[in-house]
Design a protein around this ligand. Sequence first.
Ligand SMILES: NC(=O)c1ccc[n+]([C@@H]2O[C@H](COP(=O)([O-])OP(=O)(O)OC[C@H]3O[C@@H](n4cnc5c(N)ncnc54)[C@H](OP(=O)(O)O)[C@@H]3O)[C@@H](O)[C@H]2O)c1
Length: 493
Amino acid sequence: MLQKVVRSTVIDAPIAQVWEVLRDFNSHDRWHSAIEASRIEGDERSDQVGCVRSFSLKDGNRIREQLLTLSDSDYQSTYCILDATLPLQRYVATVKLKPVTDGNRTFWHWESTFATPPGRERELAEVVARGVYETGFRDLERHLRGGGMQSPIERVGMSPEGGAAVASRQVAITRYGGPEELQPQAVDCPPPRAGEVRIRQRAIGVNYLDVYLRRGWVPSMLPLAAGEPGVLGMEAAGSVLDTGAGVSGFLPGDRVAYLGPVPGAYCSVRNVPADWVVRLPVEIEDDVAAALLLKGITADYLLHDLARVQPGTRLLVHAAAGGVGLLVCAWARRLGAVVVGTVSSEEKGRIAREHGSEHVIVTRDYRFAEAVQRACGGADVLIDGLGDQARDENFAALARRGHWISLGQASGPLTPLAPDLLVSKSLTFSRPVVFDYVSTPAQLASRAQRVWRALEDGSIRMPPIERFTLDAAAEAHARLESRNTVGPLVLRP
Ligand SMILES: NC(=O)c1ccc[n+]([C@@H]2O[C@H](COP(=O)([O-])OP(=O)(O)OC[C@H]3O[C@@H](n4cnc5c(N)ncnc54)[C@H](OP(=O)(O)O)[C@@H]3O)[C@@H](O)[C@H]2O)c1
């Protein structure tokens, strides 16, 4: 019969800080007093599912264990013993964390099942319960308070001067081109400089802007010096490793997300200016933050600041089932707008309707003006991320005094518009960029807060998130360009 040992405790530290230690399958010799030494076999990373760690215990025993699952969004990992000098057979253990409701403490559940030789059940259950789990609880708490063995946070340096480089992985290009130019590589992330926060990233938002940068359409944002790698990506979520001089308001272990106008987010550890960073509420998971932060803030400024959408505003939204599109449609509908969305397939149309598109126009060849005129008599506001291929139809789809917001150029850069083209219907034209709407920490914090509130009160609905590993960024780009994605895409380091 299998033995089951279950232990739990509350650790007086935020969940991200506890998880930062526990997710590292090779960390125990730095905090668990029963472990003499730990090493990962082969060249595997210590958070790579399948990696094997080899423990020597202080009592002379040796154990080899394999990481079976690791979920940063659920704060959970499972592992098993492969072989051991202790007679623990078929041993499988789960570590799971939950935030305690005040947000600053962590509930830690540790359980395992295993078989033992007959007659040794109680003895070995005691070893696991007390010698491993309860000792581990006490040791980790002490370790996080700064006593005892050295923490990984201390090892990377909490002081502005004393930090060390941390191993990171990035996806970079060395020349502009297709998705195949995106190449993963191992790098070191240096300590944060004054005003910077170093972040262990757990989820990175993919935006269509990343595609433009990869293609070389905006070289001023991603200039490629000969042979130098250029790293894409404008936003990510994770936890603070350490901070540079002069940074206040962030502590190691804080869960955070950021967006900023300088690319470089396609990596596992990054330094960013503290002004770009917001703390995350407990209920907003890393994937959700990376999927929604930039796109949700875009929806917010478009609808509230630029278009000033009111009940009855006739709003035309292109790519209505896309990352930005689903959020804009849902939020606009909540504001009382008449929402008309264009999409390129019936399936996307179904999802766009579920997220607030009252009228859906299915078109793959950018012909929609007649259908818009039929549905609502012309658009008061047009949110256009398509660019050139939709140019002429956009003019025809706008109502008198309509406002064309040119958000992006998924179909190609917009050829220049002569101002006189706007005269016939007294049209207005805007070319906004999200970063100008979060140019101070206060603006960023309040807009991020509005997005989380909109999710909570149902103004926006949680879109489906398509996830890729960081190393598979090329695949994510190819998918986004294929026009087959629905909702946002996220990379997981
Ligand atoms: N200026 C800003 O502040 C700001 C901020 C965020 C995003 N944006 C822009 O908003 C737009 C949406 O961004 P997103 O990241 O959420 O992307 P997305 O909408 O998820 O993906 C782009 C969508 O564009 C449509 N599309 C039409 N023609 C295309 C073509 N030739 N190739 C590829 N896609 C085509 C596709 O939808 P259908 O197949 O259904 O047509 C596709 O799914 C982009 O233009 C982006 O640059 C601007």
